[in-house]
Design a binder for this molecule. Structure first.
Ligand code: HEM
Length: 494
C-alpha cells in the first residue's frame, strides 16, 4: 500500500516536472539550465539581489548560453559579446522578434514600435526611422535642436546661482523636449505644469518598472496579474500619459495640413489617411498612440538617466571632470556652443562619455527578444516563439574587453597615444535588427548636453567625493542611479 502511494507520488511529480519543462518536442533541445519546479520555474535559483545577479551566477555554472524558467516560461540567456553577436547579428532575422515585459504587457499588447512583431514591427520601424530623420534626425537639424535646448538649460542653471539641487527633473525636461520637438512639433517650458506632471509620471514609471517587485512580477505574471501591485500603478500612470498623447493627436487632426506636415504625428495621420481603405493597414490609432508612447519612454528616460549617472560620476571623480574642462577650453573655448564636429577633436571627453554609458549599464539585461522561427543555435534548438535575453551587462563588463570593468576608468576607451579606442564589446544600444532606433539622436544628445553644461559650469556635491556611493537605487530591467544633490557654479564668475 505504502509502496503504491510512493509510486503514485513519483509518477505525479514526474508529470509535473514534464509539464513545467514542457514537452521535450514542444521546446526542442533548449540550452542547459537548472531544473525548474512545476509552475514556479527556477525560483530557487533566483538571487534576492535581482534577476541580473541570478543570471550571472547561473552563467558561471552553465556557460554563455543557458535556459532559465521565469515561472513556467523558458527564456534563453545570451552572455558575452560572442554569443550575443552570433545570435542578434549572424542570425539577425531569426532573433529579431520582441519578447514580453510582463509589467507593461497590458499597456502595449503588441502595439507600437518597441513591442510590435512581424510585419507590424517592420512597417512601424521603417516609418519611425524615416520620419524622425525628416523631422530632425537628419544630422544638421537635430544638432540645432539640441543646441537650442542646451542654451535653455544653461540659462535655467544660471538662475539656480549654485544652489544644491536634484538634477532629475531638468535632465528629463531637456531630453523630453528633443522628442517633443520631433513628435509634437514643439518644446515645452520647464515651468509648464502639464509637462512637469508628464515627466514625473515617466520617472515614477521607469523606477517602478526597474523595481524588485516588477522582477517578481516577471516571474509570476500569470498568477500575480490578478492581484494589486506595482503593475497596476504602472498601468495607471501609462493611462494618464496616453490621455495626454490622445489630446495632442486630436489637436493635430484639427490643424493638419496634408501638404505641409509639421511633425511625427502629422506624418502618421497623413499615412493613415492614405491607407484608410485598407482594412489591414497597421497605421491605425492604437499603433500611433503606442508608438508615440514608445518613443517618449525609450527616448526620455534612457538619455536623461545616463546623464544623471554621468554627473554623479563627475562629482565622485573631480580629477576626471577637470580634464574634461581642460579639453573643452582648448577645443571649444568659452564663447561658442559645442558642435558635433568638435567630438573628433575631443578624445578624452568622448572616452568619458563612452565610459559613462558602459559603467551606468542602463539596460543590463537588454530588452527581451523572441525567435521568429524554429532556430538552431550553437547545437541547440529553440522553437519559434522562444524568448531570449541578450545580457548586455555581460558584454559591457567583460574583463577580456575592459581591464577593470567594476571601476570607472576612461582609459577603457583610450589607446596609448590618447586617441579614442573603439571596443566591439561596447553595446549599450544592443545590436542587430532591433538595435536602438534612437542611437544616433542619443549619442548627439549625450555629447552636446554634457559638454555644454561643463563648458559653462563646474560641479560640486555636498558629500565628499570619497563618500559618494555609485550603487544604483534600482537595478532590474533598468538601472537607476541614487538620488543626489549637485551644485552648478558658473565658470565665468557671473
Ligand atoms: C542613452 C540612451 C539610450 C540607450 C542606452 C538605449 C538603449 C536601447 C536598447 C538596449 C534597446 C533594445 C534593443 C534590443 O531590442 O536589442 C533600445 C530600443 C529602442 N530604443 Fe533606445 N536607447 C537610448 C535612447 C533612445 C532614444 C533617444 C530613442 C528615441 C529617439 C530610443 C528609441 C528606441 C526604440 C524605439 C527602441 C525599440 C526598437 C525596436 O524594437 O525596433 N532610444 N534602446
Amino acid at each position: 500500500m505504502e509502496l503504491s502511494i510512493v509510486l503514485l507520488l513519483a509518477v505525479l511529480t514526474g508529470l509535473l516536472l514534464l509539464l513545467a519543462r514542457g514537452h521535450p518536442k514542444a521546446h526542442g533541445r533548449l540550452p542547459p539550465g537548472p531544473r525548474p519546479l512545476p509552475f514556479l520555474g527556477n525560483i530557487l535559483q533566483m538571487d534576492r539581489r535581482g534577476l541580473l545577479k541570478s543570471f550571472l551566477r547561473l552563467r558561471e555554472k552553465y556557460g554563455d548560453v543557458f535556459t532559465v524558467y521565469l515561472g513556467p516560461k523558458p527564456v534563453v540567456m545570451l552572455c558575452g559579446i560572442d554569443a550575443i553577436r552570433e545570435a542578434l547579428v549572424d542570425q539577425a532575422e531569426a532573433f529579431s522578434g520582441r519578447g514580453k515585459i510582463s509589467s507593461v504587457e497590458r499597456i502595449f499588447h503588441g502595439y507600437g514600435v518597441i513591442f510590435a512583431n512581424g510585419e507590424r514591427w517592420k512597417l512601424l520601424r521603417r516609418f519611425s526611422l524615416s520620419t524622425m530623420r525628416n523631422f530632425g534626425m537628419g544630422k544638421r537639424s537635430i544638432e540645432e535642436r539640441i543646441q537650442e535646448e542646451s542654451r535653455c538649460v544653461v540659462e535655467e542653471l544660471r538662475k539656480t546661482q549654485g544652489a544644491f539641487q536634484n538634477p532629475t527633473f531638468l535632465f528629463h525636461s531637456m531630453t523630453a523636449n528633443i522628442i517633443c520637438s520631433i513628435v509634437f512639433g514643439k518644446r515645452f517650458s520647464y515651468k509648464d505644469p502639464k509637462f512637469q506632471r508628464l515627466l514625473d509620471l515617466f520617472y515614477r514609471t521607469f523606477t517602478l518598472i526597474s523595481s524588485f517587485s516588477s522582477q517578481v512580477f516577471e516571474l509570476f505574471y500569470t498568477f500575480l496579474k490578478y492581484f494589486p501591485g506595482t503593475h497596476r500603478q504602472i498601468y495607471k500612470n501609462a493611462q494618464e500619459i496616453m490621455t495626454f498623447i490622445e489630446d495632442a493627436v486630436e489637436k493635430h487632426r484639427e490643424t493638419l495640413d496634408p501638404s505641409a506636415p509639421q511633425d511625427f504625428i502629422d506624418a502618421y495621420l497623413i499615412r493613415a489617411d492614405k491607407e484608410k481603405s485598407d482594412p489591414h493597414s497597421e497605421f491605425d490609432h492604437r499603433n500611433l498612440i503606442c508608438t508615440v508612447l514608445s518613443l517618449f519612454f525609450a527616448g526620455t528616460e534612457t538619455t536623461s538617466t545616463t546623464l544623471r549617472y554621468g554627473f554623479l560620476i563627475m562629482l565622485k571623480y573631480p580629477h576626471i571632470t577637470e580634464r574634461v574642462h581642460k579639453e573643452i577650453d582648448q577645443v571649444i573655448g568659452p564663447h561658442r556652443l559645442p558642435a558635433l564636429d568638435d567630438r573628433a577633436k575631443m578624445p578624452y571627453t568622448d572616452a568619458v562619455i563612452h565610459e559613462i554609458q558602459r559603467f551606468s549599464d542602463l539596460l543590463p539585461i537588454g530588452l527581451p527578444h523572441m525567435v521568429t522561427k524554429d532556430t538552431h543555435f550553437r547545437g541547440y534548438f529553440m522553437p519559434k516563439g522562444t524568448e531570449v535575453f541578450p545580457i548586455l551587462h555581460s558584454a559591457l563588463s567583460d574583463p577580456h574587453d575592459f581591464e577593470n570593468p567594476a571601476a570607472f576608468n576612461p582609459d577603457h576607451f583610450l589607446d596609448a597615444s590618447g586617441a579614442l579606442k573603439k571596443n566591439d564589446a561596447f553595446i549599450p544600444f544592443s545590436m542587430g535588427k532591433r538595435i536602438c532606433l534612437g542611437e544616433g539622436i542619443a549619442r548627439m544628445e549625450l555629447f552636446l548636453f554634457f559638454t555644454t553644461i561643463l563648458q559653462n559650469f563646474s560641479v560640486t556635491s555636498p558629500v565628499a567625493p570619497e563618500d559618494i556611493d555609485l550603487t544604483p537605487q534600482e537595478s532590474g530591467i533598468g538601472r537607476v542611479p541614487p538620488v543626489y544633490q549637485i551644485s552648478f557654479q558658473s565658470r565665468r564668475g557671473d
